[in-house]
Design a protein around this ligand. Structure first.
Ligand SMILES: NC(=O)c1ccc[n+]([C@@H]2O[C@H](COP(=O)([O-])OP(=O)(O)OC[C@H]3O[C@@H](n4cnc5c(N)ncnc54)[C@H](O)[C@@H]3O)[C@@H](O)[C@H]2O)c1
Length: 558
């Protein structure tokens, strides 16, 4: 029985048969022979995911700064699993396997595959033997066992370790291996190097593998390509030659003239830079959670507090946290550091050393649960119960104006409210499919869905993201505004109430509503609650108190 891999748009691709591998390798050998005749360097990118697919295209787009000729031929290597194989034929037809809001991604991939012919994709890892340089962009996840207890989780390095073993068995001795994957500090020197060395020795190769590390800082959104190519990089190598080679490579493919490279002494320093910068960001977000609760209970609008503090140049990066942090990196990277301290580096006192970074992740991972409490309370104030209530969540992605739903706080909001008996529906202008819900048995991987932390989640696989807000709102009892997507910033209260067909309970998770809008919602008979915005009670009292208002409360008649 042939096996198929289905792309997000529903296109099916038959997985390669074992007899296909020889012909595929011959295809690659021929392409490489032509590339070498042109004087191009051959680069294999392992893993065509969010990072690898775009990085492969950026490398393939590299030209000699003097004569404008392409200098690299890139082979993107993607394992042929039923889940991921589709990325290979899709890229080979000139299309991006990752959906991005950045208008540069699709044309760059089309240009490199179809016009310049500097990029191809394969499922055959034998391509590694043809490489002058291998860039590793496979995943290294941190899997959490309990909600809000990051410390009980563990690093999942199996895919990375398997990739390294495959590489050690095939690469040429002088091939540069560049690990871009965000790894637990120590991985390059204490996991990857020994794996490559052992494989080299088994092949009778006496020279040291040339191994380097340089992490990605890619950001989803309209500047996806720029966040890889035109951004500051940090790198290091396991020995002087590896360091020299990685610096040369990044000098060619990244815009280091405008975004200078930082070269560290050792890979563990480059690895630690990534973990610390993301732990720092996770921590400054988490720390505001307690002030958010404080604000809700004491009549303070935290969004205005944050704005006032930002006026100080020294505090300009303070940010109001939404209903959770999300994205692929911030929820996990501190975990990689905590785990490495004990499991790779052998220290037993991790629990007394790591206090802030670990708690920050736990706070961020559970902030969304409070949104469910606010929704329950807003409904209660309208004489409604959460059980059986029709609740529309507006915004599934983890940050504004992108369609990226990985580890979004919105997912926890939906799951918790579902557990409490709400009838959930979802709107998002940027998200076509919410795979964390639709494919919750297998996405992000079997056994990894956050559904395991809640009861009664099975029906969520039937949720489809709606695009028309007016029709999505019809008959809703509560509206949770979860993300600061541009189309949500200027919604008119009168429209919302008209679309719903009556007063609705609103929950603002991200400082989306302006004070005059909040006032109007109360005038229309709605209830409003928000993360970190205690002044809402004051507005409500002003509207509802006859002494404060000259006009009688506007009753809603629809
Ligand atoms: N996505 C981001 O926003 C982001 C930002 C900064 C850093 N990073 C880091 O970059 C790394 C990659 O992340 P991603 O988002 O691209 O992951 P991803 O899961 O989207 O992609 C990884 C790809 O590697 C493939 N793969 C796994 N093993 C393979 C093998 N042996 N051979 C060939 N392919 C293989 C997988 O099938 C998958 O397609 C991670 O360490 C991540 O932390 C990601």
């Amino acid at each position: 029985m042939p096996e198929y891999s289905t792309s997000p748009s529903g296109e099916q691709f038959c997985l390669p048969d074992k007899d296909d591998y020889a012909a595929e390798y011959k295809r690659l050998q021929e392409l490489v022979a032509v590339a070498r005749q042109d004087g191009k360097e051959v680069v294999v990118v392992m893993g065509l995911g969010f990072v690898g697919a775009v990085m492969a295209a950026i490398i393939a787009d590299t030209v000699d700064k003097h004569n404008g000729h392409s200098t690299k031929f890139v082979i993107g290597c993607q394992r042929p699993s039923t889940r991921s194989y589709w990325k290979t034929p899709l890229l080979n037809s000139g299309h991006s396997p990752v959906k991005s809001e950045d208008p540069e991604v699709e044309p760059m991939i089309a240009r490199c595959v179809l016009e310049k012919k500097t990029l191809t994709a394969t499922y055959n890892p034998e391509c590694l033997a043809l490489a002058d340089c291998v860039v590793v962009d496979v995943q290294c996840d941190y899997s959490k066992q309990d909600l809000g207890m990051m410390k009980t989780g563990e690093t999942e390095m199996a895919a990375l370790e398997a990739t390294l073993k495959t590489m050690g068995e095939r690469i040429q001795p002088q091939c540069l291996v560049l690990i871009e994957t965000t790894v637990a500090p120590g991985t390059t020197e204490f996991v990857a190097l020994p794996i490559l060395r052992k494989a080299f020795r088994a092949r009778g190769i006496q020279s040291e593998p040339l191994l380097a590390h340089s992490f990605e800082r890619v950001m989803p959104g309209r500047e996806y390509v720029k966040s890889i190519r035109d951004f500051w990089r940090v790198c290091s190598g396991c020995n002087a030659e590896a360091k020299r080679r990685v610096v040369n490579f990044l000098n060619e493919v990244i815009n280091v003239e405008q975004f200078p490279l930082t070269v560290m002494d050792r890979p563990i320093e480059s690895e630690t830079t990534k973990i610390v910068e993301n732990s720092y960001r996770a921590t400054i977000l988490a720390f505001l959670n307690e002030w958010s609760i404080f604000s809700e209970r004491n009549g303070v609008d935290l969004t205005k507090v944050v704005k006032a503090i930002k006026m100080r140049p020294t505090h300009s990066n303070i940010i109001f946290p939404g209903p959770g942090i999300g994205g692929y990196c911030l929820p996990k990277d501190g975990g990689l550091g905590y785990w490495a301290y004990s499991h790779l580096l052998g220290f037993e006192d991790g629990d007394s050393v790591f206090k802030i970074s670990t708690v920050a992740i736990d706070v961020n991972d559970t902030r969304a649960l409070h949104v469910a409490e606010l929704t329950r309370d807003a409904l209660r104030n309208m004489g409604r119960y959460i059980a059986g209530a029709r609740v529309l969540l507006a915004g599934a992605s983890y940050r504004e104006d992108v369609g990226d739903t990985r580890y979004s706080g919105s997912e926890l909001v939906v799951r918790k409210l579902t557990e409490m008996g709400a009838e959930m529906s979802v709107h998002d202008p940027y998200v076509d499919h919410w795979y964390e819900l639709e494919n919750q048995d297998s996405y992000p991987a079997p056994g990894h869905s956050w559904s395991k932390f809640f009861r009664n989640q099975q029906d969520l696989s039937g949720i489809r993201v709606q695009k028309d807000l007016a029709s999505a709102l019809r008959g809703a009892e509560a509206l949770v505004l979860a993300v600061r997507h541009a189309p949500y910033l200027h919604l008119k209260p009168d429209d919302i109430v008209r679309w719903v067909g009556g007063p609705v309970a609103l929950v603002d998770c991200f400082g989306i509503l302006q004070d005059d809008e909040i006032r109007r919602y109360f005038e229309l008979g709605c209830e409003v609650k928000a993360l970190g915005r205690g002044h809402i009670q004051r507005i409500k009292e002003e509207v509802r108190s006859p002494k404060e208002t000259s006009e009688p409360e506007t009753a809603l008649r629809i």
